[in-house]
Design a protein around this ligand. Sequence first.
Ligand SMILES: [Zn+2]
Length: 245
Amino acid sequence: MKRLEPVSSGRLCPSEPGGRPVFWQATGRRGGVSRAPFDGANLADYVGDDPLAVRANHEALCSDIGVGELAFMAAVHGGDVAVVEHGGRYSNVDALVTTSPGIGLLALAADCVPLALADRQGAVIGVVHCGWKGLGANVIHHTVESMRQRGATAITAVVGPSICPRCYPVPPERVAQVAREVCPEVAAAALHIPGSIHVAAGCIAQLAALDIQHIQVAGCTAESQGLFSYRRDQRTGRQGICARI
Ligand SMILES: [Zn+2]
């Protein structure tokens, strides 16, 4: 098995006795078995990569994070959340939530923001894929709501690597659309540099509005050769953020 080389990983310890730790890992481009242009740690089965290579990379991630199965998404830039009890591919959602230990939840991205969310008692976790459309679709809010309905109290978020605003200039129509569709405090954060969108800053503003602390994994996807970037390379793989109870 060719291991992935994660860009960052950690363990969130329970805040009170009786809780369970949550493990998370942010993957990058290095390690894995995929060939160019998906080299090497591509985790997406919808980008044209060899399915056997993607499966091998998934197995390497499972072994790394200590789970038998992964639940992952074919994300659609919407606001819907799937609550899952089993591994597999979930279509038409941009977020997954589970209360089941032993399943790795995986959000994929290559410029958009992948996030992991963990209840501090380890009772419920979630992962989210959020781009500028996801800010308008309130996908982070919906995920947090679903987690709180399942008993989450204090939640910690891990914000994975994404594209920085310098590398993400957009036309004025796009800026206007974000200003129109996204709630004002989130839009202010996402649009703080004229002519570009800072999606991660928008996500962090949304987390703050929900009273959620965050850890941020450094790195711009477009500037780092150790990360996949759709904007830079078009035909390329996806990294991700994986979490498990
Ligand atoms: Zn950049």
